[in-house]
Design a protein around this ligand. Structure first.
Ligand SMILES: C[S@@+](CC[C@H](N)C(=O)[O-])C[C@H]1O[C@@H](n2cnc3c(N)ncnc32)[C@H](O)[C@@H]1O
Length: 282
């Protein structure tokens, strides 16, 4: 930490709310995240629509599978940031492992749901604010940022910032909605009008209103940073493309088995609805 800098988050002390905003629903106009999309007012819908379905379950289970190698490597009391952690589903896993977790989100609605959900766990601190507003001197052993980049105005700038928040040798787990898979899926579903409109959804739920990224674009950004890419994998390489959607739940274990087998294999990894990258900072 720089000398004279006021600590923002002390990993050893649990903070109820690290940074409180005077108006909990309002972003400052100077905020670097003023164009980013908050999940205020859709937090409940997100929690139910995503985590109540095989889509959310499989995304979550694949992330856990991909990160299993980390748990024996991290210290017992590792300091973890769940950036844009929403309603706290992934934070719950981290707390269950005994880590000290700072759950950050620009949406107070999501944090309120998370706070209730995680009331029985030790080690939780909440930060209401933009990822970009977390001071660079806060240093973490692991940063997770899942399904957030597609909601950001400038994901590359946020990637650089997240990178600054890592201690040397620390890990970043990043997953984001895959633009290539989005196009592929829309062709399979026959959504030609949507494709011809440049994939801009009209009159749709806000949950569809995001900007997917190409995996190769993000991998190119990472090439400019001093880090090693440890894992690259697709999440839901098959599940979303099933013709008979009923099979997503009826044959869940069969599909999951195939996802586990092929998620990091060519060519399937590039067609996962989400792309997952794990890096270690040099
Ligand atoms: C799709 S949700 C993902 C939540 C969680 N990571 C998960 O996987 O369940 C995206 C979250 O990013 C948050 N978000 C968007 N822009 C943000 C920013 N600049 N800083 C912090 N959170 C942000 C939204 O409010 C929302 O809760």
């Amino acid at each position: 930490m720089q000398q004279g800098t006021k600590p923002f988050f002390n990993c050893k002390a649990q903070h109820k709310l690290v940074s409180e905003m005077s108006d909990k629903k309002t972003q400052s106009s100077n905020s670097p995240s003023s164009q980013d999309i908050s999940f205020d007012n859709i937090a409940n819908k997100f929690d139910k629509n995503i985590y109540g379905t095989t889509k959310g379950r499989l995304r979550h289970e694949m992330l856990m599978h991909n990160l299993a190698f980390l748990w024996p490597v991290l210290n017992e009391n590792a300091c973890v940031l769940d950036a844009g952690g929403g309603t706290g589903e992934f934070t719950k896993e981290l707390l269950a492992k005994g880590y000290q977790v700072l759950l950050n989100d620009i949406s107070m609605d999501t944090l309120e749901i998370a706070e209730q959900k995680l009331a029985d766990y030790d080690g939780l601190s909440l930060h209401h604010g933009a990822i970009q507003d977390i001071p660079a001197h806060s240093q973490f052993d692991l940063v997770t940022c899942h399904a957030v980049f597609e909601w950001l105005d400038n994901p590359q700038a946020v990637l650089s910032h997240l990178f600054e928040l890592l201690k040397p040798g620390a890990y970043l787990s990043l997953s984001f909605f895959n633009q290539d898979a989005n196009l592929f899926g829309n062709v399979l579903y026959g959504n030609f009008q949507l494709i011809n409109n440049g994939m801009k959804q009209k009159n749709r739920l806000r949950l569809a209103n995001h900007t997917p990224l190409k995996p190769k674009t993000v991998l190119n950004w990472l090439e400019e940073l001093p880090c090693e890419v440890l894992k690259k994998s697709g999440i839901r390489c098959f599940h979303d493309y099933l013709k008979d959607k009923q099979q997503q739940s009826d044959n869940y274990q069969d599909i999951k088995q195939l996802e586990l087998q092929y998620s990091d294999q060519e060519p399937y990894l590039w067609l996962g609805k989400y792309f997952h990258i794990v890096i270690r900072k040099n």
